[in-house]
Design a protein around this ligand. Structure first.
Ligand SMILES: Nc1ncnc2c1ncn2[C@@H]1O[C@H](COP(=O)(O)OP(=O)(O)OP(=O)(O)O)[C@@H](O)[C@H]1O
Length: 494
């Protein structure tokens, strides 16, 4: 059911047109966000909805009735407003300020304060968590507390519709989340309708049922956050370069801003941007600037920006209940910043690592592989095994790429590297000792794809693309070489 219907509303201040043909509806129980650049007409629109400004062109219907037909008092029983800036009610306490919200419910001739009024006021103050400051002067509150007090005044009106102009203004992040969590809950449980102006795209994405974008007084679109928060739409509306990403926990998009950056090392060779320290205990590659990494590593798995890449040798008897934490402690003890480090472990001899550097026309690659096959396994038959991994044997692959990889390219680079590794195992005739079939990998393999995010942009890295071909070839060659060295050492040891 539409509680609000806005039809072809235009508005001008003197000769300046600020809203043009604005049309949309809001349904009961919706948390409806209005977003747009400064000066796009958001506040003007909200003022028209609350009748603070009179309609010039178009129509607004509230519960099916023209807004113009409501008296201010009738309207105040249905609609409460939290304006962008409120003149501080100097001399009033928090409670007295909130009591002003009951005006709409008072009789006009002989206003009488009832038990119901008192309860509504206390409840509203409780809802914004200001009970302990109830008797304090409003002008003695912090900006965020004052914002909450004015919100309580709006809530005390017990409206059906709340109009909020930047409600989270002045609030710290915890208070912003609390307020929006509550508003969201009230829309669902009490069927309260909330129409709010937001500047924070990510809060709007997380909390709004629908979003309306205004640009220069015109509606650019109204839909669910998932439809509205598109890179091209945001560039059109705000003229700002942003990247849309998936929220890590909930299925809503989030946006990240792309700052202008100086990239002083743009021209440098990949090889000159990496420093490699080798010892029998660890291989540490340090990059001169952070690389964006997608990895399955023990420390830093998933996407992470990193400047250090550690392949650490551990004894073949290494057992630990919390290997990740133990590895983090190890990194810290070597003064490595855990948040900027990709950490892998292996029991194979690090002297047998293989390094392949490839320089192509528009990019370069550097690949490091350590390989052991004590845990070689045929993925298609792994289900037949019930024991956990034993013995020395992990294939760790790190591919450094001088280039800008899109997400699809990272995932495809992982696939390409995996396929190349498997082919290397095949060509080296490595068997799964349990099933006696060709091994496809080992049970604890790890891959990291690290890209400088500079220079050439790669949308894809499948085996048909130049980048995929280079990854496939480098990983294949390095894995074969590392496998041969491993087997040779094993042969020498026996
Ligand atoms: N009382 C007024 N008289 C003349 N022009 C006004 C008045 N109020 C607003 N404007 C102009 O109308 C346009 C829209 O203003 P409005 O406050 O509605 O924008 P907004 O989208 O809410 O902006 P912000 O994000 O900065 O709060 C702006 O160009 C503003 O300068």
């Amino acid at each position: 059911m539409n509680v609000l219907e806005v039809n072809n509303v235009s508005y001008r201040y003197h000769d300046k047109m600020v809203l043009q043909d604005v049309t949309f509806t809001v349904q009961k129980g919706e948390l409806f966000g209005i977003l747009g650049p400064n000066g796009s007409g958001k506040t003007t629109l909200l003022k028209l909805l609350s009748k603070e400004l009179s309609l010039q062109t178009g129509m607004i219907f509230l519960n099916g009735k023209p807004l113009v037909s409501f008296s201010q008092k009738e309207l105040a029983r249905l609609v409460a407003v939290l304006p962008q800036s409120v003149d501080t009610t100097f001399g009033y306490t928090v409670k007295e300020t909130v009591e002003l919200g009951r005006y709409a419910h008072q009789g006009s001739l002989f206003p009488k304060w009832t038990e119901g009024d008192e309860q509504a006021v206390i409840k509203a103050i409780e809802q914004v968590e200001l009970l302990d400051k109830m008797e304090e002067g409003i002008d003695q509150l912090s900006g965020g507390e004052r914002q909450r007090a004015y919100l309580a005044r709006a809530l005390a009106q017990e409206p059906d519709i709340l109009l909020l102009d930047e409600p989270t203004n002045h609030m710290d992040i915890a208070q912003q989340m609390k307020l929006l969590d509550r508003l969201s809950k009230w829309t669902k449980e009490k069927r309260l309708t909330v129409i709010a102006i937001f500047h924070d795209m990510n809060l709007a994405s997380l909390y709004c049922d629908r979003i309306l974008f205004l640009k220069q007084g015109s509606v650019i679109g109204v839909s669910e956050p998932n439809d509205m928060i598109e890179e091209s739409t945001l560039r059109n509306v705000f003229g700002a370069p942003v990247r849309r990403q998936a929220h890590p926990v909930v299925p809503n998009p989030i946006v990240t801003f792309l700052p202008e950056m100086e990239l002083p090392e743009r021209e440098k060779e990949l090889r000159d941007r990496l420093t490699i320290e080798k010892s029998h205990e660890r291989i540490v590659v340090t990059t001169s600037q952070p690389f964006k990494v997608l990895s399955s590593s023990l420390v830093g798995a998933g996407f992470q920006w990193a400047t250090h890449f550690v392949n650490r040798h551990v004894s073949k008897d290494y057992r630990c209940d919390d290997a990740e934490e133990e590895m983090k402690q190890y990194l810290r003890s070597h003064t490595l910043d855990v948040k900027r480090t990709i950490g892998m472990m292996t029991a194979v001899c690090l002297e047998d690592a293989a390094y392949v550097y490839r320089k192509e026309e528009t990019f370069s690659l550097f690949t490091i592989v350590t390989a052991g096959i004590g845990n070689a396994v045929d993925a298609a038959k792994a289900w037949e095994r019930d024991e956990s991994a034993k013995g020395v044997g992990t294939i760790n692959i790190i591919v450094f790429i001088d280039g800008t990889l899109m997400d699809a390219a990272y995932v495809q680079a992982m696939m390409t590297a995996t396929e190349a590794k498997t082919k290397a195992l095949y060509d080296e005739r490595i068997l799964d000792p349990k099933t006696n079939t060709m091994a496809t990998g080992t049970s604890t393999d790890c891959i990291a794809i690290a890209a400088s995010q500079m220079n050439t942009v790669f949308d894809y890295a499948g085996t048909i693309t130049p980048l995929g071909k280079a990854i496939g070839r480098s990983v294949y060659e390095a894995t074969r070489e590392a496998l041969r060295r491993y087997q040779q050492r094993r042969g020498d040891d026996q």
